[in-house]
Design a protein around this ligand. Structure first.
Ligand code: THU
Length: 141
């Protein structure tokens, strides 16, 4: 762990990033801010496309920005979607969390003062991980 996780700082960055969401089809803006083990924070928003399946969630936008800058390990992510009810990360994003964290904190918020925190193990139990591929490559050992 590079530094103590400041949940409110991450939430506020996610709220800022949410303003850039490109959501002409769903009108459901989401913002995310991810803290990497370098101590740097990367933000992202959801980006939609007329071919809906091309849509990228806010979480993956933030993580892919980080990874494309050379980062490899997530410490925490804050997610802000609906401002009245907590928005939880989708299954595809959870799978990407697993790719870049054995454990991490997931902060889901509607505001700086209203949020819940989870561990990756809590929201992604019995997951398929990069280690599972290694098991196959090592003859199951
Ligand atoms: N979305 C996210 O960006 N993150 C989530 O955690 C849930 C869903 C986006 C995808 C799409 O642009 C919109 O929300 C509605 O599904």
């Amino acid at each position: 762990m590079s530094k103590k996780i400041d949940s409110k700082e991450l939430i506020n960055k996610a709220i800022e990033a949410r303003k850039n969401a490109y959501v002409p089809y769903s009108n459901f803006p989401v913002g995310a801010a991810v803290l990497m083990d370098s101590g740097k924070i990367y933000t992202g928003c959801n980006v939609e496309a007329a071919s809906y399946g091309a849509t990228n969630c806010a979480e993956r936008t933030a993580i892919f920005k980080a990874v494309s800058e050379g980062e490899r390990k997530i410490e925490a992510i804050a997610i802000v979607g609906d401002l009245n009810a907590i928005t939880y990360p989708c299954g595809i994003c959870r799978q990407v969390f697993i790719e870049f964290a054995k454990e991490m904190k997931i902060i889901v918020a509607t505001s700086e003062n209203k949020y819940k925190e989870y561990s990756l193990g809590e929201i992604m139990p019995f997951s398929f991980t990069p280690d599972d591929l290694n098991n196959i490559n090592n003859g199951g050992k």
